[in-house]
Design a protein around this ligand. Structure first.
Ligand SMILES: [Zn+2]
Ligand SMILES: [Zn+2]
Length: 93
């Protein structure tokens, strides 16, 4: 490691998370008696790593999106598009 930055290694963290998610998907497939590749899921392996509220978070809420009804807007993650609001709700303790 020559990089002295204190940023977490999100690549590695995501790889580990994806591995765990795949395991769960495989186990679900096994319990359902279907092939692992046939399980329908909407997991996105490129989605930001987020272990909030305590862990490292890869989201970058510098983006912005206007609400369709024109009543304003909200900050969204520049990387995956998750709204800052739903991030809050999902990670609230
Ligand atoms: Zn987060
Ligand atoms: Zn994100």
């Amino acid at each position: 490691m020559t990089d002295a930055s204190d940023k977490p290694d999100f690549e590695a963290l995501r790889a580990r998370r994806n591995e765990q998610v795949r395991k769960v998907i495989d186990e679900t497939a096994a319990s359902l008696g279907v092939e692992p590749g046939k399980v329908v899921h909407n997991f996105d392996p490129d989605a930001c790593y987020c272990d909030c509220p305590r862990g490292p978070c890869e989201h970058d809420f510098q983006g912005w999106r206007d609400f369709e009804d024109g009543s304003g807007g909200e900050s969204i993650c520049k990387r995956c598009g998750m709204g800052a609001m739903s991030h809050c709700l999902r990670t609230a303790e």
